[in-house]
Structures are given as structure tokens and as C-alpha cells.
Ligand binder design. Sequence first.
Ligand code: TYD
Length: 224
Amino acid sequence: MPQGFFITFEGLDGSGKTTQLRRLATSLTEAGHTVIALRNPGGTVLGDRIRGILLDSNSEADLGPISPLAELALMFADRAQSIAEIVRPAIAAGSIVLCDRYTDSSEAYQGAGRELGSDRVRAVHAAICDNLQPDLTILLLPDLAASLRRARRRNTRAVQQSGADENRFEREGDQFYQRIHSAYEAIAAREPQRVVAIRDDASVDQIAAIVHSVVSARLESVRS
Ligand code: TYD
């Protein structure tokens, strides 16, 4: 059985990571690998409920303001469940696991965006996730303003088309996103072996080709 491999995708809202994750899932499947894809928050029954609470712009009308620490705890409750139900079993079965966001998102959004601090987030990760780290993280960091424009446009379209409103984070101001961007840069500098940052505003196809070659090289080095 091949060795399991855990890859996460990270970046700002509108960075294109979800598209790139799908492209990679397709190319790896075509190459004969078993691929399991999921996202945080979500992917389990519990996680999808937590996602509804955390992302829906209208949640706070029902629940009152969600405190930053409660938000952090809910992100990790979701993550603990997806690790137990999906990630660990898939890795043990020798699959390639692709996860759309993981703990780097909590460090960037709650640690920096909500100003709870990296150390606190990393301590929660150690306690709740048994410190399970991805083998590789693809971090997409295109221009900040362009990412935000894309994310806000996409959310307006989603509300118009389906009524789905996952805007609670995208309503935040530019400084919130500037802090997140800087936190991602700091994570990439701290862990250059795990985190491959792609700062280009290149086309979707060009970035897909870069991601594919980075992942193929890593897989070759662990599986040959
Ligand atoms: P996602 O569906 O990943 O959005 P996008 O496709 O726009 O990137 O949405 C998840 C939102 O939740 C996103 O705004 C980031 C936020 N988030 C956190 O704040 N902390 C976390 O730990 C995670 C996983 C996500």
C-alpha cells in the first residue's frame, strides 16, 4: 500500500485555492492515485452545521455576537471531527488527502485577523489535533486587493443566485485582511519546507501546472 500523504490549500478568500484544489484532485486521480478531498470548516455532518453557524452573515442576528474565542473553538471542533472521521482514516489507507484550509487558516484568521495570537492557536492545535501537520501546504498569495474583489463579487453572486450567504468573514475591513496576509507570509517564512507559497497572479492554468509539479516532486520523494 502506498504511504498516505496530506496536502492542505491555504490563502485569502478569493485567492483561487478551491479551483486549484479541484484541478489537482482531477490530475492526481487521472494519474491513478486515490484522492480524498475535503474542506474546513465542513465535510462532516457536525462540520457542516458548524460551517453554517460560522459563515452565515445572519447567524449573529439569531445567536448574538460570536466571540473570537468561541469562533476559534468552533473552528477546532470542526477540525477535530474531520480529522477523526476523514483525514486519519484516509491517510492510514494510503490515500492522498487534499484539504481546503486547515490550521494555518485559524492562525491567520483567528490568530492574526481576530488578534488572538499565533501561540494560542498553535497550542490549541497541539491539544485538539494531536499536532497533525500536513506533509505539504500550497499557499496562494496573489495580490490582496484582487483577491478581495474576487471574493466579494463571488459572494454577491451566490446570494443573488441561491440565497446562500457565507459572507460573515468577507464583511471584515481591509485591515483584517492585511493582518491575515502578513500572518500567511510569516507562516511561510517559519516553515519553508512544509509551505510552498505561490505569489503569482498567473493564470489558473499556469498556477495549476506549478502546483502539479510541486506535488509530483514531493510524492516522488516519499513514495519511491
Ligand atoms: P471558504 O469556504 O474556505 O472560503 P473561500 O473559498 O472564500 O476561501 O470559507 C471559509 C471561511 O472561514 C474563510 O473566510 C476563512 C474562514 N476560516 C477561519 O476564519 N478560520 C479557520 O480555521 C478556517 C478553516 C476558515
